[in-house]
Design a protein around this ligand. Structure first.
Ligand SMILES: [Zn+2]
Ligand SMILES: [Zn+2]
Length: 342
């Protein structure tokens, strides 16, 4: 009798192991849960960190996948916001306390109690089915295809949140360091928000693409001399790179009131020069994914402006090859795993 409800997943049975086909009995559908037939998953580097238990929070067998798009196949008795057949997505956050100050602002990503990650202690999207609370599901707008929508649910919201927070006026000067999964989306969103966008990359072969994504200017990341004309000009500089940079140089690109925002974790700490920080009223901030307030807005904004990630699709059965490609930095710029779902 149980066999009919078994979910088929690609799971890591132990840390650092290849993913393999694994079946599990899902927890009963809760009153507020949705069940999805999964069609697409964006592959995020975090899935690989979770597979390898890099942060010590993974539980095995681990079913990763937290940029999940699928079709609703069942709804709990209390669910009013979705119905069978709806196309929905889930991102990195599965749940939060919902009552702290930040949750009440729609900033579940900085919940005082700490949010619950979609794949921390729960099974995620690398499967044929998934169950999770409907309150953290998002409607995928009709104008976004599912493959394009998937990476928006983690990579998209990660760049949208700081851009939405710190872009204060049209033509504001926004710099994006690193043109990868996050950076290329940041260029597209910043451009659509009306910013004057400068893209920085250590590889000059990204220049043409940077302009195609919407950058107004491109600079090869290099020395103080090569970046001389940008110095002291940027209102917002978003660092998506996980490579270590020259922080004095990075900081010197900010204009007065400028904000340096970290999304990646290239090093555990940096030295900030206090004199220019104080006398230029500059800020150094961090940002992590995003809450419910911005999530649906981001999807609707992306649909309206046709902001889509550059993706390549691979079948879910090739998830191990896809992970190797991400590790080798060969994904351009996001791999979307397509479920062969019966
Ligand atoms: Zn992610
Ligand atoms: Zn909270």
């Amino acid at each position: 009798m149980a066999t009919s409800t078994q979910f088929k997943a690609m799971a890591a049975l132990h840390p650092k192991e290849k993913l393999q086909l694994w079946e599990y009995e899902p927890t009963p559908l809760g009153d507020r849960d949705l069940e999805l037939k999964i069609t697409h998953n964006g592959l995020c580097h975090t899935d690989i960190h979770m597979r390898d238990d890099d942060w010590g929070v993974s539980q095995f067998p681990l079913v990763a996948g937290h940029e999940v798009v699928g079709i609703v196949t069942d709804v709990g008795s209390q669910v009013t916001s979705f119905k069978k057949g709806d196309r929905v997505g889930f991102g990195w956050i599965r749940d939060s306390c919902r009552v702290c100050y930040h949750c009440l602002q729609g900033e579940e990503n900085i919940c005082r109690q700490g949010y619950t990650g979609l794949i921390v202690g729960n099974h995620g999207g690398f499967a044929n089915r998934m169950r999770a609370c409907a309150d953290f599901a998002y409607k995928i707008p009709d104008a976004l295809d599912s493959a394009s929508a998937a990476p928006l649910l983690c990579a998209g919201i990660t760049v949208y949140t700081p851009l939405r927070t710190y872009i204060k006026y049209p033509a504001m000067k926004v710099g994006i360091v690193g043109i990868g999964g996050l950076g290329h989306l940041a260029i597209k969103f910043a451009r659509a928000m009306g910013a004057q966008v400068t893209a920085f990359s250590s590889s000059s072969d990204k220049e043409t693409e940077a302009y195609e994504f919407g950058a107004h200017h491109f600079h090869r990341w290099g020395t103080s001399e090569t970046l001389e004309e940008v110095k002291g000009s940027l209102d917002l500089l978003i660092c998506t790179s996980s490579a270590e940079l020259d922080w004095d140089l990075t900081f010197s690109l900010l204009g007065n009131n400028g904000v340096l925002c970290f999304l990646g974790i290239p090093v555990s700490s940096i030295n900030i020069p206090l004199i220019p920080l104080i006398f230029g009223q500059k800020s150094v901030v961090g940002s992590v994914v995003g809450g419910r307030r911005f999530m649906q807005e981001m999807l609707d904004f992306a649909a309206l402006n046709q902001i889509k990630p550059m993706i390549e699709t691979m079948p879910l059965s090739q998830v191990n090859e896809a992970m190797n490609k991400v590790i080798a930095n060969q994904a351009r710029y996001r791999i979307v795993l397509v479920s062969e779902n019966k």
